[in-house]
Design a binder for this molecule. Structure first.
Ligand SMILES: C[S@@+](CC[C@H](N)C(=O)[O-])C[C@H]1O[C@@H](n2cnc3c(N)ncnc32)[C@H](O)[C@@H]1O
Length: 260
């Protein structure tokens, strides 16, 4: 596995400027384009599906701030396992220490499975002046983490990071029955990756999971032993929660995932 070159925008990468161009199912999201990306008019590009899953910039910025303070300063690399069109990766790359000058992360690795989506992310990051600040990977983040922990020599040198000083941010797809309608969302039913799969892949590192706002807190609490704490933060836009993030410390023992 190696870092991705700069990918070209394709016909699946859009920058719509008039409502008439926008498919009906996305019009509601396009109307919120300046909340999602305040610099939308600079030429931000998204794929069709990215409109449903992108993290709005104010939320991404707040998450980056919280990550910076909750995760120990000794963690120097952050991996965004589901880069999408770059909402979180851009914000992580822009994050600074309290002095406002030093970059919080020495290295930001952002992994995305879909080439058109990654092309949008790279393009959007360059609009923020981040041409060389993010190491992009076109591929499966679970495969990457497996190689990182078991056969790092199979990774390009730029992707061989020290697990002990690395943290993970993950905003997976939220498919599966119930996320929009259930009063409490059962994380065992999240598709295509459920809570046990995500935590199983990330447990050796401090990790932050971006999850539906109604996610079952009891399932999250069971991920770590009783003497460890998980911080959970609800992120709101205009007074309404958009999502929650669970900040989960690394566990090195064999504590069961314990999903009820
Ligand atoms: C909810 S979106 C992420 C949105 C992103 N945080 C943003 O602000 O643009 C989830 C993304 O994960 C990608 N994806 C799904 N499975 C993946 C995997 N195994 N490895 C890497 N990316 C994956 C999807 O193609 C999709 O773009």
């Amino acid at each position: 596995m190696k870092p991705a070159n700069k990918l070209p925008l394709t016909k699946d990468c859009h920058h719509w400027t008039h409502l008439g161009e926008v498919p009906w199912d996305l019009q509601k999201y396009w109307q919120q384009r300046y909340t999602i990306f305040p610099y939308y008019d600079e030429g931000i590009h998204l794929t069709h599906d990215a409109w449903y899953g992108v993290t709005p910039e104010p939320v991404a910025n707040r998450i980056s701030q919280d990550l910076s303070s909750i995760i120990s300063p000794g963690k120097r690399t952050v991996i965004d396992c589901f880069a999408g069109v770059g909402g979180n990766a851009i914000s992580l790359a822009l994050a600074t220490e309290e002095d406002g000058a030093t970059q919080r992360w020495d290295k930001v690795i952002a992994i995305e499975l879909d080439a058109a989506t990654l092309a949008c992310a790279q393009h959007n990051a360059s609009l923020y002046g981040l041409d060389d600040d993010i190491t992009w990977v076109l591929g499966d983040s679970f495969k990457y983490l497996e190689l990182l922990t078991k056969s790092p020599d199979q990774l390009h040198a730029d992707l061989q990071v020290d697990v002990a000083t690395t943290a993970i941010f993950a905003s997976p797809p939220w498919g599966g029955p119930g996320y929009r309608t259930d009063e409490i969302f059962d994380l065992t039913q999240m598709e295509p990756y459920n809570l046990a799969q995500l935590h199983g892949a990330y447990r050796a590192m401090d990790h932050a999971l971006y999850l539906p706002r109604t996610s079952d807190l009891r399932q999250i609490a069971k991920l770590v032993p009783d003497d460890m704490k998980i911080e959970v933060v609800q992120y709101c836009v205009e007074g309404a929660s958009k999502a929650m993030v669970a900040f989960i410390p690394a566990t090195t023992n064999n504590h069961p995932d314990g999903i009820p």
